[in-house]
Design a protein. Structure first.
Length: 399
């Protein structure tokens, strides 16, 4: 029995030795060598009886001792390691070129073996160098990521991007216009704490925004109710029968009520207010000139520019003082209106100076504007034609 077991064991060992691949120095492998020829090399190829093509493929026998110079692809095709090429540059760094090597003369087999050996040696150094470079980049990125996480956690004012919405798992933080991802599962150390903190801040902002919205809505609703009540009382006490009837039917425009309130509020001012009839005023102004005496213009033909008056003529200042004396507790703004003809830039412009008056009446603010007399306005065709400066208004409060 022991003799049989020993013979069986020897047979198995013999089979294993037969299945183990061995390298026989006498065996060779046919491989494909691909290279390129320059124009000079193509000429020499033709002279020597070759085909003169730019890309050459040659089948050569590689001994088993040089199989490290051969690569085999997934289809089982054996290729000599001529591409990609690896070479040393001027700074002693290794660069890669995926194109096959180029020769100025058809190379010998030994030359091909020599270039393949160089590629084999430099490829390993190139891969090590790239691996180290990638490690440095990853380390630098990790440090920058950790510093950003530390800054975010120590700065309560910082917020994650609202889109996509932060979660306890992920969030994005804006860095110089670039979103940076923080993931509680993928990242480590401080970066893992950022999503939860960003989500907490986001929810706090949402609650605060909701509370502000409720507050604004309540305030606006209360103001609306106060205005409705004020209009109802005004219509009942001072409105006409027609206005009371339309108000009862819900058909009374608020603008009409505001006009009536303005009439009552500014009744002490005897001179007419500005009705924003700029087209008619521009028409009268242009007809003073012979070239435009027969010109008919419409609203679309007139360009109006309104600016705050930083200087005032004597008449403009006198109008302001008159209005302030007549209307108590009012806010005034001195303005300049410049009317010009759109179709003709050379047409003489019309400059009008006015004083806009605001006054609070209950929950409403009514306003009216009065202009300097036409004679004073027509004397100035340009907003810069101010010769008698008596003051400067710096506070501009217009609602």
């Amino acid at each position: 029995m022991d003799v049989l077991r020993q013979q069986s064991s020897q047979a198995i060992e013999s089979d294993d030795r037969d299945l183990t691949p061995t390298r026989d120095g006498r065996r060779t492998l046919n491989v494909i060598a691909t290279y390129r020829l320059s124009e000079e090399g193509r000429k020499l190829s033709l002279i020597s009886g070759g085909d003169g093509r730019a890309v050459q493929q040659l089948t050569i026998a590689v001994p088993a001792s040089r199989l490290h110079l051969v690569s085999v692809n997934a289809d089982g095709v054996a290729m000599l390691r001529l591409s990609p090429q690896y070479r040393m540059n001027a700074s002693l760094g290794i660069v890669r070129n995926d194109a096959p090597p180029m020769y100025d003369a058809p190379p010998s087999v030994e030359e091909l073996f020599k270039d393949a050996a160089r590629n084999h040696q430099l490829e390993r150094a190139y891969n090590v160098e790239r691996s180290q470079s990638h490690d440095k980049v990853r380390e630098t990125q990790f440090e920058a990521h950790q510093k950003l996480a530390e800054r975010f956690l120590s700065t309560p004012e910082m917020r994650a991007l609202r889109h996509p919405k932060p979660t306890v798992r992920q969030c994005y933080v804006n860095v110089n216009g670039r979103p940076v991802l923080f993931d509680a599962k993928q990242h480590r150390d401080l970066a893992r704490q950022v999503p939860a903190e960003a989500y907490r801040r986001f929810m706090e902002d949402e609650r605060a925004s909701h509370e502000r919205g409720v507050e604004i809505f309540s305030r606006e609703a209360a103001l609306h109710d106060e205005r409705v009540r004020f209009i109802s009382e005004w219509v009942a006490s001072r409105g006409t029968s027609d206005q009371r009837a339309r108000h009862a039917a819900g058909m009374l425009p608020v603008k009409e009520v505001l006009e009536a309130l303005a009439d009552e509020t500014f009744a002490m001012v005897r001179q007419p207010y500005y009705t924003y009839d700029g087209v008619a005023r521009m028409q009268r102004h242009l007809r003073r000139f012979s070239n435009y005496s027969r010109l008919e213009i419409a609203k679309r033909d007139v360009a109006v520019t309104t600016v705050r008056a930083e200087t005032a003529t004597e008449a403009h200042w006198a109008l302001r003082q008159e209005l302030e004396a007549a209307i108590s507790d009012a806010k005034v703004t001195m303005r300049i209106h410049r009317l010009a003809l759109k179709s003709d830039p050379t047409a003489p412009p019309l400059t009008q100076r006015g004083v806009l008056v605001f006054k609070n009446v209950g929950p409403f603010t009514v306003k009216r504007e009065w202009l300097v007399s036409d004679c004073a306005a027509l004397m100035m065709d340009n907003a810069s034609d101010v010769t008698n400066v008596v003051g400067v208004q710096n506070n501009f409060n217009e609602k």
